[in-house]
Design a binder for this molecule. Structure first.
Ligand code: GDP
Ligand code: MG
Length: 276
């Protein structure tokens, strides 16, 4: 299966993120906990430089809890804090605000010492479908957007004051996923970060069945049968079990493929992490 972008897309999105990143003190890098390392695009390293990062291991509710500590540790370091998150939960904003404050504590203190209003500015970035908008909505809540003529805000972006020391850009930076490694590209496609026009749903669902079979997860708990090892046969079984049948009694693979991908993406196959 081919999964690819036109390189132009990547260049454009990196340039856009680059413009916004210049304006902020810190970055909230949203990762999908089911494949956190696949969500990191190394092409961004140069743009980010040593800007502080909170890695939000989002959708943590969709993976086994014991899988996260080792990954959090791996992602943490100087100027880097990683934290598990469920962006749909009401405490998500508080968690992220606290981590940003910890990360920028020195900067806040320095500004305070000089009698400057100690507001740090942050932006949310991540691959598509990682939960950026959900997190921004949660962060901004009823907070007022700061209108007026603040420096650097382009194309309808606005700063939102979250609390006395934090402002967040209301528009996320959408990161084009890095697709030049096939396994990573597959992970990104499974979690819905690769636009559907770029991948073949039918082939992708077969790949997902293979992956879940190798992990020993998902198929049995969702569809109630042990995978056979033949992905196509299993897709056929899923179609029949779900009643996706075309005229003449043949399995509707299109519907079954979409259902398999949707079930996985919505967490209906149980808690699963793809990166082992
Ligand atoms: N289970 C779960 N779903 C989430 C979480 N965060 C976001 N979502 C869902 O993931 C999907 C994509 O979220 P969205 O914020 O639109 O992603 P964006 O493309 O990065 O802006 C939506 O259906 C959200 O409801 C989370 O922490 N847990
Ligand atoms: Mg969005």
């Amino acid at each position: 299966m081919i999964i690819n972008w036109f390189p132009g897309h990547m260049t454009k999105s990196l340039r856009e993120i680059d413009e916004s990143i210049k304006l902020v003190d810190a970055i909230v890098y949203v990762l999908d906990s089911r494949a956190p390392f696949s969500c990191i695009n190394p092409s961004l390293n140069k743009v980010i430089g040593d800007k502080p990062i909170v890695y939000a291991l989002n959708k943590a509710d969709l993976v086994p809890e014991n899988e996260l500590p080792s990954r959090i540790e791996k992602l943490s370091g100087k100027g880097r804090i990683a934290v598990k998150l469920n962006s749909t939960a009401s405490n998500a904003a508080k968690i992220i605000a606290e981590k940003l404050r910890t990360l920028c504590a020195e900067k806040i203190e320095r500004k305070k010492a000089r009698g400057i209003n100690a507001v740090i500015r942050a932006m949310v970035i991540g691959v598509p479908n990682s939960g950026k908008s959900t997190l921004i909505n949660n962060l901004c809540g009823k907070a007022k957007t700061i209108t007026g003529n603040k420096a650097g805000v382009t194309r309808g972006q606005q700063w939102v004051r979250i609390n006395q020391y934090l402002e967040v850009l209301d528009t996320p930076g959408t990161l084009y996923p890095k697709l030049d490694n096939y396994e990573i590209a597959l992970n990104l496609a499974f979690i819905g970060s690769v636009r559907d026009e770029v991948v073949d749903t039918y082939e992708l669902s077969l790949e997902l069945i293979k992956k879940l079979t190798s992990l020993g997860k998902g198929i049995e708990s969702r569809y109630g049968f042990t995978p056979s090892g033949d992905a196509l046969q299993d897709l056929d079984t899923i179609a029949k079990k779900r009643g996706f049948i075309l005229k003449g009694g043949v399995a509707d693979y299109d519907r079954a493929s979409s259902a398999v991908l949707d079930d996985f993406r919505k967490g209906r196959m149980g808690k699963i992490i793809l990166e082992t």
